[in-house]
Ligand binder design. Structure first.
Ligand code: ADP
Ligand code: MG
Length: 559
């Protein structure tokens, strides 16, 4: 390893120690090559999972738990990456997931391609800062082109939202059910979305509660216009089903508060004992009386409910649930229109929420309480079902992506076609733009265009199409101004994706370009890796027995 520890010598030959003993430093080209190599490896890992014909990954963690997924962000979250540059690539899948929810694989593939192409330029002696500047210019122009070509749609257009959700789910395990699931997701979001002026909607995904339970099949997944609580009715004597429910939401306990200090009560007569207990009883009973006096027939309590109070509630015919989560209380309030009350004394009829039905139902082996049929719920639930735990887990992830893309389009109603069409179109326009530039910057912009093409080409490759033929074909189509031509994975041909209703949010494409350019730029600007004593220097680039071992970090070893 050519890593040099820093000790330098002064002109008089005195060594100057700057770093702690055991630190190491990798400089210049070698540092760059190492970083690019590690980042490219990460892109290689997720590449084969891109698109509808992408493969899934089976990930086994150190405890032996298995995750099966083709979601880029999840794959990279599960593998234990340690190389610092590789970590930066993992980061972009995370931020993309947080920002727009979809496109995580694409962002990583694009970053990998940008770095790979930069490496070629570096080997031709183009300085990295020139590449970084060229990439930045290209990205700015690419975003402008994206904005020009994207199709502005009517805010809240159901058909468009449906297609967007379907496209996102078509690349996943749930593809066969994507039509039904898309309709359900669009319904859920339109229900909780708030109008945000003329421009679009505002959506808080917290208002869609996603619960999952293995069993049944994916097609049993349901939208509940209300909230599902994974709690049972607290007392066996209570009703299990209440129609036209009037719901009290209480976030204080229906119990007698214990005193903070210890008190001693001396009793010399059994009747006094009885009186004392009766007193307690009375207090609990009056709490229950308060609940039923305002007309509530359902009580959801965030805290505990005393046994005696349960008994009185049961006698009064009230269905009660205790220890509901705080987040569920908020959602219940939004769904039923009820107000969360802290002081039971203050409870009035106006505070009660309403639902057509509150019912305890058996979901596989658990008993859950369904609060449903709310009139205009501002929070709803989706109950995800599927053949096994792993299926519901992956279904939930895919539905998260779909929820996010629908949210993206509700908030920013602009779409582009999928299948790599916008990437190919932007690449083609960028090449025209590059002609106006001079020298080495032009080279960088052209490489950026090539990198964008890696998206349609990877889709084609994963679908078993010939990469060279596809590249020639797609370039020719975009040269003829057919801007929505992309990879039709079903037919194995290049065709009009907009016509096939394969559409995606413009916001996702924007994020992909932004995130990957930033990460690539950041990695390219590093020409010095200084690792402190604990770690060894990053691995050597391939060439020899490199392979995956070069990643160092996979599986938790140090690098
Ligand atoms: P990501 O994590 O980047 O979203 P996906 O595996 O979901 O990765 O793949 C997304 C890519 O698949 C997008 O470029 C999208 O346009 C493309 N795609 C989705 N559905 C189709 C389809 N039916 N035909 C062709 N390409 C599709
Ligand atoms: Mg996707």
């Amino acid at each position: 390893m050519s890593a040099t520890a820093i000790p330098a010598t002064t002109s008089s030959g005195q060594p100057v120690l700057i770093l702690k003993e055991g630190s190491s430093q990798v400089k210049g080209n070698e540092a760059q090559r190492n970083n690019i190599f590690a980042a490219k490896l990460i892109a290689e890992i997720v590449k084969s999972s891109l698109g509808p014909r992408g493969m899934d990954k089976m990930l086994v963690d150190s405890l032996g738990d298995v995750t099966i997924t083709n979601d880029g962000a999840t794959i990279l979250k599960e593998i234990d990456v340690q190389h610092p540059a590789a970590k930066m690539i993992v980061e972009i899948s995370k931020t993309t997931d947080n920002e727009v929810g979809d496109g995580t694989t694409s962002a990583v593939v694009l970053a990998g391609a940008l770095l790979e192409n930069a490496e070629e330029l570096i080997s031709k002696d183009v300085h990295p800062t020139i590449i970084v500047d060229g990439y930045r210019k290209a990205a700015d122009r690419a975003l402008e082109i994206l904005n020009e070509i994207s199709v502005k749609v009517k805010p809240g257009d159901k058909a468009v939202l449906n297609h967007v959700a379907q496209t996102s789910m078509q690349t996943k395990l749930v593809a066969d059910n994507s039509a039904d699931l898309a309709a359900l997701i669009v319904d859920a979001l339109l229900q909780v979305a708030d109008k945000n002026g003329e421009a679009g909607y505002k959506v808080d995904l917290d208002n869609v509660k996603v619960e999952k339970k293995p069993g049944g099949s994916t097609s049993d997944t349901k939208l509940i216009k209300g909230i599902v609580l994974d709690k049972e009715v607290v007392h066996a004597g209570m009703p299990k089903r209440i129609e036209n429910a009037k719901i009290a939401l209480i976030n204080s306990p229906l119990e007698i508060e214990k005193t903070e200090f210890s008190a001693e009560i001396r009793i010399n007569d059994p009747s006094q004992m009885k009186k004392f207990l009766d007193e307690e009883n009375e207090m609990l009973k009056s709490m229950v009386d308060k609940v039923s006096s305002v007309g509530a027939n359902v009580l959801i309590c965030q805290k505990g409910i005393d046994d005696i109070a349960q008994h009185y509630l049961a006698k009064a015919g009230v269905l009660a649930v205790r220890r509901a989560k705080e987040s569920d209380m908020t959602k219940l309030s939004k769904a039923t229109g009820g107000r969360i009350v802290t002081n039971l004394e203050d409870l009035t009829e106006k505070d009660l929420g309403s639902a057509a039905l509150v019912e305890e139902r058996k979901v596989e082996t658990d008993k859950w309480v369904f609060v449903e049929g709310c009139k205009n719920p501002k929070a709803v639930s989706i109950l995800v079902r599927g053949g096994s735990q792993r299926v519901v887990d992956e279904a939930e992830r895919s539905m998260h992506d779909a929820l996010m893309v629908v949210k993206d389009v509700l908030e920013k109603p602009a779409i582009v076609a999928g299948g790599g069409a916008p990437e190919a179109e932007i690449a083609s326009k960028l090449r025209e733009y590059a002609n106006k530039l001079s020298g080495r910057e032009q080279l960088a912009v052209l490489k950026f265009a090539d990198a964008l093409e890696s998206i349609p080409l990877t889709l084609a490759e994963n679908a078993g199409m010939d990469p060279i033929d596809t590249q020639v074909d797609i370039r020719a189509k975009h040269g003829q101004g057919k801007k929505w031509f992309g990879i039709n994975v079903r037919t194995g041909k290049v065709s009009d994706m907009m016509g096939d209703d394969i559409v995606e949010p413009a916001a996702v494409k924007e994020q992909i370009i932004r995130a990957s350019t930033e990460a690539a730029g950041m990695i390219l600007r590093i020409d010095d890796v200084i690792a402190s004593g604990k770690m060894k220097a990053p691995p050597m680039p391939p060439g020899g027995a490199g392979g995956m071992g070069g990643m160092g970090g996979m599986g938790g070893g140090e690098f």
